[in-house]
Design a protein around this ligand. Structure first.
Ligand SMILES: *[C@@H]1O[C@H](CO)[C@@H](O)[C@H](O)[C@H]1NC(C)=O
Length: 215
């Protein structure tokens, strides 16, 4: 009996410890060791004795991303995957490049709020509130302007100027995740049955199949 209680307490401790690992570091740093087979909420820690300055360093955010693609935008992420020192720190960033009329299409970050600064150009940015209102909160912003996208809400950014635009964003997770709405629904693997999407979008199945073919 006592053993069971100890075991349950350990499981509870492990659960809460893992659940909150990212938001409350338990040490100065926990540089990601992607080679460790340990599975925790984030990455296992590299031996602190072996940690060096380059573990906290990333170079290359001055380089424009390639916007030659169907949406005309490119995100260059700096998350824990690119910068191992971000492990457990609950923060990351990215550079976003936009060709004229380039779009960062409607998407959401399941684990992060995002705050954006326009470095060059003009962007139309916005997010949509939860059901039932689904209100669009949107604004055209310029170089030097800052806009925040609350955690989990669907949002977008479009270059509305006639030259390239650049934004830098910070995100409140070491690994914010991205769910691009169109790709998630129409480009999933395996496909969501077209009858389901036809009913959800109140359109014909053939239109859904066209979209699925595209994504
Ligand atoms: C940008 O991407 C396009 C399409 O993939 C490719 O053809 C082009 O070579 C790339 N440009 C540079 C500078 O990498």
């Amino acid at each position: 009996m006592a053993n069971h209680i100890v075991l349950l307490s350990l499981i509870a401790l492990a659960f809460f410890g893992l659940t909150f690992a990212e938001s409350t570091p338990q040490q100065d740093f926990c540089v990601a060791d992607p080679t460790s087979p340990a599975r925790v909420n984030g990455f296992a820690c590299k031996n602190p004795v072996m940690v060096e300055a380059n573990d906290f360093y990333f170079s290359g955010l001055h380089i424009p991303g390639n916007t030659s693609n169907v949406v005309g935008s490119r995100v260059t992420p700096v998350t824990v995957s690119q910068l191992p020192g971000l492990n457990t720190l609950g923060i990351s960033m990215a550079r976003i490049d936009f060709a004229p009329l380039g779009l960062n299409p409607p998407h959401t970050h399941p684990r992060a709020t995002e705050i954006l600064t326009v470095m060059e150009g003009s962007l139309l940015v916005g997010f949509v509130t939860s059901n039932p209102d689904n209100r669009v909160i949107s604004k055209e912003i310029q170089k030097g302007d800052v806009f925040v996208f609350p955690q989990g809400l669907v949002h977008f950014q479009q270059n509305v100027g006639n030259k390239d635009a650049v934004a830098v964003v910070a995100l409140s997770s070491q690994n914010p995740g991205v769910i691009t709405i169109a790709n998630t629904l129409f480009g999933s693997n395996p496909k969501i049955p077209s009858e389901i999407l036809a009913k959800a979008f109140q359109v014909d199945k053939t239109l859904v199949e066209q979209l699925q073919w595209k994504f």
